[in-house]
Design a binder for this molecule. Sequence first.
Ligand code: AKG
Length: 216
Amino acid sequence: QQNKPTWQSVRGIEGLYLCNDFLSPHQQSHLLSSIQNEGWFDEGSNNQAMRFGNLPAWAVELADSIRELVLSGDHGFADKDCPSGSEGSCMLPTDVLWRQPLFDQMIVNVYQPGEGICAHVDLMRFEDGIAIVSLESSCVMHFTRNSVNCGNENAEKDQCTIKVPVYLKPGSLVILSGEARYLWKHEINRKPDVQTWGGEELIQRRRTSITLRKLC
Ligand code: AKG
């Protein structure tokens, strides 16, 4: 029996929500076989697949379960911790939550040990409300933002940047909305010594992620 999924917000990053136990091990295997059956990665040289418009049935199912989870309202946050416009559902503004379809663009990324993704804010051609599902390997995703108090041009670059690590387990779901989506960059640097959590270096395996977005 799978525990009831629980949400966490990330201190200091408005609009970043993490559900660590979103998918059971069985659901994770089902997703991985669905991806494998698509044949996108049969040639070992491919590490990314992008789909626009109608998504495969398994991805629509995944999107439905994200909406259901956000709607279930069991987030445990005080209203003050939910962005305005989210009216009780907290993790996503109501207009995002009820748009149809919730997502019409998907990227599946496959990372070998040592591989990651550079710091970026997702393109403005995508609407607010982005979901990232992690599979196979844990990793640390870093979020960075320039400090608003850093107007002094002599200040060291490091002093100007706020960097927040977030631990992503296989089966976890991240929602980026509002500031987390528009003002914070996210990156995964899997070079040795960077992927540590609780003082321990993470064991790196192949990692697969599914990113779901909606075109403007
Ligand atoms: C992207 O494809 O833009 C991502 O940020 C992917 C993030 C991930 O792999 O977890």
